[in-house]
Design a protein around this ligand. Structure first.
Ligand code: 5AD
Length: 369
């Protein structure tokens, strides 16, 4: 079968996913991109939703082998922003037209941390209610593995979306990326808890890390479907020199290898869009770290969400999960203008003052009620 014929199939099979992830020619890749783009416009509309990303703390109890803020990295200066600083960033967001924010941090589950998150969610909700945002800012949390009870408290406080990447749907690969005490099963249980509670749930994987194959990536996409995931965030794996996985740096700092991973990340977005249709898919900062126009490219391959960085400039450098993080010395207001221009340059509209919920989630709710 030709690529064109595969793309016309009403249902893609496992072998089709693998075939599409492995496309190399420019013509074939363009066909894939066009179909993904059309499916996105049809199912999600042409708006690109914004989530202001506030990386409010880089303390972390985990030790992921790829991540620059892992607890064993003693070179990182640890910080937690003050409540006032975080709430002010959120208010700035609401005033500027962002309908939603993501509160992200390294992982902790002590009482003090949970109280901080609860206070933040409540204060941000109550202080951002206005005529244009009658229910306040949409709040997405990305603060790692917690108990179901804690997740419920976060939800009751007013957070309604949660991001927790599975990193790989293969248990074997997951264990290669993490120390033994961080278990794949636990992560899956957390995703299930989040769903039970009623969160819109986001997950995702890193693309292109050692030993990962197209087969694994095809399984990742099916995992998203089987878990009934609402939002996806995926990006290329990028080396960080203060992590155990730096041992692969020779391979990963090679120009051609980087180019291949970048292209694969774009195809992964497109194939996920074609297979899942109405989920929200983020065009992630890691794409931009690899290639200056990477996030715009992600939008052309079927992504419909962008998460501009709102972390105060003075701590951005301390939140480097990978090397080459862009916009380290820019102010939030500059990022906002820049992002609007970048989105409009792709012919899309910016979804201002909107929560921009996943259509997948909304469609389900309509069917149920
Ligand atoms: N390269 C790419 N992505 C990374 N992340 C963490 N470290 C890296 C890296 N070196 C991603 C993980 C995590 C998310 C917050 O950032 O997927 O879930």
């Amino acid at each position: 079968m030709t690529t064109e014929e595969i793309l016309q199939k009403p249902e893609l099979e496992h072998s089709d996913l693998i075939y599409l992830l492995g496309l190399t020619s420019k013509e074939d890749t363009n066909l894939l991109k066009e179909l993904a783009y059309n499916i996105m416009i049809k199912n999600c509309g042409e708006q690109v939703y914004l989530r202001g990303l506030i990386e409010f703390s880089n303390y972390c109890v985990n030790d992921c082998y790829y991540c620059g803020i892992r607890k064993s990295n003693k070179n990182v200066e640890r910080y937690t922003l003050s409540e006032e600083e975080i709430i002010n960033s959120a208010k700035w967001c609401a005033d500027s037209g962002y309908g939603s924010i993501v509160l992200q941090s390294g992982e902790r589950s002590d009482d003090k941390f949970i109280e901080l998150v609860l206070n933040l969610v409540k204060s941000i909700k109550s202080s951002t209610i206005s005529e244009k945002l009658p229910d306040g800012l949409g709040i997405t949390l990305c603060v790692g593995e917690q108990t179901e009870d804690t997740y419920r408290r976060f939800y009751d406080a007013g957070a309604h979306r949660y991001l927790l990447r599975i990193e790989s749907s293969s248990k074997d690969l997951y264990q290669q990326l993490h120390p033994e005490y961080q278990s794949w099963e636990k992560r899956v249980e957390c995703l299930k808890s989040l769903k039970r509670i009623g969160f819109q749930v986001g997950t995702g994987v890193m693309i292109g890390f050692p030993n990962q194959t197209y087969e694994h990536l095809a399984n990742d996409i099916k995992f998203f479907r089987d878990m009934d995931i609402d939002m996806i965030g995926m990006g290329p794996y990028i080396v960080h020199n203060q992590t155990p996985m730096y041992e692969y740096s020779e391979i990963y700092n090679d120009k051609q290898k980087k180019q291949e991973i970048y292209q694969l990340a774009l195809r992964m977005i497109a194939v996920t869009r074609i297979y899942l249709k109405d989920v929200n898919i983020a065009s992630t900062t890691a794409l931009q770290a690899m290639y200056a126009m990477g996030r715009e490219a992600g939008l052309m391959f079927g992504a419909n969400v962008i998460m501009p960085l709102l972390t105060p400039t003075d701590v951005r450098e301390q939140y480097q999960l990978y090397e080459g993080k862009p916009c380290l010395d820019e102010f939030s207001s500059d990022c906002f203008e820049c992002i609007q221009h970048r989105i409009e340059s792709t012919g899309r509209k910016v979804g201002l003052d909107l929560w921009g919920d996943s259509k997948h989630f909304v469609n389900k709710s309509v069917t149920i009620s």
